[in-house]
Design a protein around this ligand. Sequence first.
Ligand code: HEM
Length: 463
Amino acid sequence: MLYEVVFLALGVIVIALVKNVYNKRRSEQLLAHILTHTFLDGDNSRKRYLSDLKTLLESGYQEYQKNEQAFKITIPVGGYSVKYRVILPKSHLEEIKHLSNNVFSCRYFAQSLPQYKGHAATINLMEFFVPTITSLTNALLVDSRLSSDPEWLQQTADFAVNRYGAADDVRQWPPCLAGLIAPFIPSVKRLREQRTYVMQKMKPIYDELKGQSLLSTDDKKNRRKGTFGYEWLWSGAPDDVTLQDFSDTMMRTLIAAIHTTAKTISVAFIDVLTQPEFLAELTREAREAVEDDGQSINLDKLLKLDCFLKESQRLSPVFLFTMNRILTQDYEFKCSGLKLPKETMITAPAAAIATDPEIFREPNTFDGHRYMRLREEHKESASSLVLGMSTIDSLGFGLGNQACPGRFLAVNNLKLMMAKLMISWELTLEKNGQEFQGPRPSMEYKDFSVVPPSQFSIRLKKL
Ligand code: HEM
C-alpha cells in the first residue's frame, strides 16, 4: 500500500514537472509574431543582456524605428510568464495619445443615459463604466463587427473578473500541484471556454487580415493604416502568426484595459462629486475645450482635469503596488547591501510612496490643485507631472519597460468620458439611493486592488 502511495505521489510530481516545462515553452510562443532583436555580433548570453541592454535597445530602435515596427528583446528571466519586452515604435505613441473623439458616439452613452432635456437617471458606477469601457475599448482595439455584438461585449467584460478569480483559485494549491489540478477548477475551465470562444470570434477577422496580407511584415504597402487598434497590437507580426496568438493577445489586452480604467473613473467621480467646487471648475474647463463642431473635445485643453485625475490616482491608485517583478538571480542591492535570493518576487510600494510626507505636502489631503502648483513650481519638469507619465513618485501605471502600455489610451478615455458627462448632464452623487453631500470617503482595497464603493451611484439630469 505504502509503495502504491509513493508511486502515485511520484507520478503526480513528474507529471506536474513535465507540465511546467510544457507551459513555459508554450508561453514563449505567445509573442512569436513580433520580431526578436538580438545583439548584432551574435553574443546573446544572459550576462550580455544584463550588462549591455542599452546597446541592444539603441540598435533595435535604429533598425525598426524607420519601418515604424515594434520589436521584442529577451528578458533573461526564468520562471516568469513574461519572457520578452516589446518595444513600440515612437510613432504609435502619438497616435494613441490623439485618438479620435468620434469613438464617443459610443452606444452606451446613448442607450443608458437620459437623452432628453430634464430627464434623469441613476447609474451605479462600476455597473455603468465596465460595459461602457468594454464597448469603447472594443471599438478601438477590435472592430465594429464584434464591438456591436452584445454577447461578445458581455464575455469581454467577464474575462477580467473571471481571470482574477481563476488565479486566486489556482493559488490555493501548492505550486507543484497547481498545474495538474488547474484544469479541474471550475473558474479555470470557464476561462478556457472563454479562450475558445474568443478564438472562434476572432477567426473571421484573422482570416480576413491574413487573406489581405495585413498581418504580414513583408507586405507593408498593403497595410491598412489607422483603421483598427490592430495596428498598435500587430504591426510587425510575421506571416506565421497563429490564430491562437492573435486571439490570446487580444484577450489579454482587454483584460488589462477594462477594469483598471473603470475603477479609475469610478473613484475619480466620487472624488469630484464630493467636492462641488472642483465639479464646477472642471465642467467650465471642459465646456471651453469643446471644438467649433460642437462635438469634439480638445484634450490638450483639459489641463485642470489631468491634474485632478492625477491627484485622484495618487490617493486611490487601482493597485497598491506596481512593478511586480521576479528576481532571476540572487541579488544584492548596491544602495543598501540588501540581499535577496533568486526567484524572489519584488514590487514597488506605489501607494506608500504616493503618501510619503517627504515627497508630498499634506499627503493624505485631497488637493485637486496640487499638480497645477507643482507644474508651476517645477516648470522645467512640468511635462513629467501629467497623468500618463510614470516617475518614481508616480507609479500608478508602473514604471520602466513594463509600465502600462495602454496608459495614454486610458488617460484619453478617462478625460473624454468625464468631460462628456460633465458637459451634457447635471451630476450628483447618491449613496444607497439618497443624495450624498458628505466628505470624500476613503477607498477600500481587496488584496492589492481598489474596490470603488458599490453603495455610491451617480444621478444624471440631461441639460
Ligand atoms: C487607468 C487605467 C489603467 C491602469 C491604472 C493600468 C495600470 C497598469 C499597471 C500598474 C501595469 C503594470 C506595470 C508595471 O508592472 O510596471 C499595467 C500593465 C499593463 N497594462 Fe495597464 N493600466 C490601465 C489601462 C490599460 C489599458 C487601457 C490597456 C490596453 C489598451 C492596458 C494594457 C496593459 C498591458 C498589456 C499591461 C502589461 C504590460 C507588460 O506586462 O509588459 N492597461 N497596467
